[in-house]
Design a binder for this molecule. Structure first.
Ligand code: ZN
Length: 324
């Protein structure tokens, strides 16, 4: 299938060496990651083979979110957004689009950078790599009151925010003790991000900004399956113990979220997601270079869903959302 648009595709600054900092990952898998994160020509060649017309590039996790110093974060975000726009996307501006990174260590500056990146640099949205470090073992989640200036800017810009996984704070990894391979993308990423998304729903953020859209990878980090039970059980929790939301979590999932196919190769899961939130809220993504464009394409192109739904997920929904 030609013409696909891939939404969660990562790049890395030549200044940083993120993947090699994870001691529990197989070195054979890591060997070519940095190269693939940085090389544009190879990415374009792989897109050609996989039938991907457009890739939306984002700085790989934890990116700006992992910087503790406020000023350093503001400076880094600015430099990375400039680099992505001027060096990466310029290689083929029709096929390479970018999500901005933002320094949420200072929400006013994050709002400013989102505005600058989306209006001056051509970014089509913002990608946030989970909570933002405020210390070694402390962080800010996107539902916290001090983050409101950022959401105000997002609402005015009318662009989506991709909520991308990262590993849980060090003090919150007890459940993974003895199984370090679980703390990252195999398991911890999904739990961390699903919980973060639920916090956004319960905080009342979408009552305040009803048109804001948040994107989740990995078929919504399992929320299409787990939220109905959360919703059912929340009815029995004391008022005040689960935020100040006006609507139910599933209503927010259906009206304020898009989910992507990044890193998923499961037709049953895709069908279930479509049955819960509707096909118009599902977008194609690979999660390159952590996943292979050819592998996910082979699954997606052959998966047994209706041709109309496949076209919508592959590109139609993204074209409508981003106005490509
Ligand atoms: Zn990713």
């Amino acid at each position: 299938m030609r013409g696909k648009i891939a939404i969660e595709e990562h790049w890395e600054s030549p200044e940083v060496d993120t993947p090699s900092t994870f001691g529990f990952i197989d070195p054979n898998y890591l060997a070519h990651l940095n190269q693939r994160l940085q090389e544009v020509d190879r990415r374009l060649e792989e897109m050609d083979v996989a039938g991907i017309d457009i890739s939306v590039l984002s700085l790989t996790q934890p990116g700006v979110q992992g910087i503790q110093d406020k000023r350093a974060a503001v400076d880094f975000a600015r430099r990375m957004n400039d680099y992505a726009a001027e060096t990466l996307a310029m290689r083929d501006p029709k096929r390479l689009k970018t999500f901005a990174c933002v320094p949420l260590q200072d929400p006013e500056q994050a709002a400013h950078e989102a505005r600058r990146a989306c209006t001056e640099l051509g970014c089509i949205g913002v990608l946030v790599n989970g909570f933002t470090n405020t210390g070694d073992d402390s962080g800010t989640y996107l539902d916290e009151p001090q983050v409101l200036p950022f959401w105000q800017a997002i609402s005015e810009l009318d662009v989506p925010v991709y909520l991308h996984p990262r590993m849980p704070l060090v003090s919150q990894r007890k459940a993974y003790a003895g199984y370090p391979g679980l703390v990252g993308s195999a398991w911890g990423f999904g739990h961390e991000t699903a919980t973060h998304a639920l916090r956004l729903m319960l905080s009342g953020l979408f009552d305040r900004f009803p048109k804001v859209n948040v994107m989740l990878g990995h078929l919504g980090e399992g929320l299409a399956l787990s939220l109905p039970r959360a919703e059912h059980r929340l009815r029995h929790q004391m008022p005040g113990s689960h935020g100040t939301h006006l609507r139910t979590p599933m209503e927010y999932l259906c009206d304020n979220f898009y989910v992507t196919t990044s890193g998923t190769f499961r037709t049953q899961g895709l069908l279930h997601t479509i049955s819960e939130i509707g096909v118009d809220r599902v977008l194609f993504a690979v999660d390159y270079p952590y996943e292979s464009m050819s592998e996910i394409t082979q699954w997606f192109d052959e998966c047994a869903i209706s041709p109309n739904d496949k076209r919508a997920i592959a590109s139609g929904n993204a074209r409508r959302l981003f106005g490509f």
